[in-house]
Design a protein around this ligand. Sequence first.
Ligand code: 1CP
Length: 355
Amino acid sequence: MALPSTFLDACRRRPVTHTPVWYMRQAGRYQPEYRKIRESYSLVDICKTPELCMQVTKLPVDQLGVDAAILFSDIMIPVGAMGVEFDIQEHVGPVIASPIRTEADVARLHTFVPEESLPYVLETIRLLKANLSVPLIGFAGAPFTLASYLVEGRPSRDYVKTKQLMWSRPDLWFQLMDKLADSTIPYLRAQVAAGAAALQIFDSWVGSLAPEDFRTFVLPTMRRIFSALADLDVPLIYFGKDTAELLADFTETGATVIGVDWKIPLSEACRRVGREFAVQGNLDPVLLFAPWSAIEPRVRAIIDAGLRHSGFVFNLGHGVTHHNPPVDPAILQRLTAFVHEYSMERMGMEVAQHD
Ligand code: 1CP
């Protein structure tokens, strides 16, 4: 039988005794233990070594006391299984050997059988399932965000080539989106079959689109993906940065939990999303470099708004920022404890008022 989980309950908009919390990029460079492992292993090496990958995934759970783990992997891993050669470069991010821009490039992309092409990912999930005390979140990159790397060839600021392809060759654009969706669906289903208890789709850069373009060029594919996952009966989280003006459209994707970045007050995000969806967010990740006296009132405001909504998961508005000097892990530990204690106190006050 599945263990009780405040994270899963909150995602399903069920009553909880405290607000659950996890952090995007909770495993990574800010941790001295991760930096140490990275001296001997590349990111892809870690992903391909289940024992090590389990250890890296578990680290923040043991150290911070978060309510969920997220599989340690990268959105580019399944793209490699589609036949794309890439490298994750230090201080840059994913770099593609030959960017995907023509009909022939798109034709070369192939779907894959997760158990055959990415057995190590599924083995890691099975190990985690047996060794974790909290639910594991599986994930994938959304087609738009993956396409942004494939088409630009590397991280981009303005997505000129991506949008050019989208507007000049909508037929080819949809072929690319379809191929990415055709791989993403079985990949995410395989993660759940191996033991993932929730799924998050990272559409990190979709906020670069005007709402009209989101609806035309992205929404149909996202609907197809989420509807192909609906029968799994696990929470389906959809997250992107700079998406305040897209939140209402996000509710039409079939996701059940909407991720929110920090550029919109959580109360307003909840209003835009409506009561049928849980929300997740939304502390500015750069606040983790500020003194606690600056952090605490912002966290209280987020929790106060989240508790008025049905279904709330505390998170950052994007991943833990990689910077030198790095975020102090002790701050994340303190933040986690504070979210738990403050939310419990607030819920206790509400119960008392109703007595
Ligand atoms: O080598 C390293 O250690 C470099 C940093 C790093 C890490 C820790 C990269 C390169 N990927 C990862 C792991 C990773 N990537 C995780 C697991 C960690 C966790 O959350 O605990 C996850 C969920 C991702 C997903 C990912 N990769 C996203 C979506 C989330 C987000 O941050 O928006 C994206 C956009 C990527 C691409 C990518 N991979 C790595 C970097 C530095 C980037 C971003 C590059 C850019 O700015 O465009």
